[in-house]
Design a protein around this ligand. Structure first.
Ligand code: AMP
Ligand code: ZN
Length: 143
């Protein structure tokens, strides 16, 4: 994707602060950190979201997320950290090349990832469960 800024980072057409890279994955510093030490991990091959990324690139990305999280913990000692991944404009995604955020956290840091809770009407949760489970079953038949 020629217009994608993260593809440009992969191709080194744009500068970035790289932490680690291998054939398929890049880990680099977020330029506008939610907290200092904020890291991004992405597959090098362009995909927009969880829906179109290959399972192989996703698995490779998650292996890097694990390794970088351990390094962040050892190096920076945050009291906690969040791993976050957004899909679609409605979720707040701004760069449409799939990536995982690793954000150092501390109690009361004001980073809003808490949500209010909806309440299911009678039978509603089952309705959602059945629809999702059926879609999943149909998916595994086509693979
Ligand atoms: P998202 O909202 O999940 O799409 O996150 C996109 C993230 O990319 C934001 O946290 C930005 O701060 C970060 N970002 C945008 N441009 C760059 C860049 N050139 N280098 C590093 N991080 C970037
Ligand atoms: Zn891209």
């Amino acid at each position: 994707m020629s217009a994608c800024i993260f593809c440009k980072i992969v191709k080194k057409e744009l500068p970035s602060s790289i932490i680690a890279e291998d054939e398929n994955v890049l880990a680099f510093m977020d330029i506008m950190p939610a907290r200092k030490g904020h890291i991004l991990v992405m597959p090098k091959r362009h995909a927009e979201t969880m829906l179109d990324v290959s399972e192989e690139d996703l698995a490779a990305s998650m292996r890097m997320v694990k390794r970088v999280s351990v390094a962040l913990q050892e190096a920076v000692h945050p009291p906690g950290f969040s791993v976050v991944q957004l899909n679609g404009e409605a979720s707040g995604q701004t760069v449409f090349h799939i990536h995982f955020h690793i954000i150092p956290r501390k109690t009361g840091d004001g980073i809003a990832m808490k949500w209010s809770h909806e309440t299911y009407l009678a039978g509603e949760m089952e309705h959602y469960r059945v629809k999702i489970a059926e879609a999943l079953k149909a998916q595994s038949k086509t693979r």
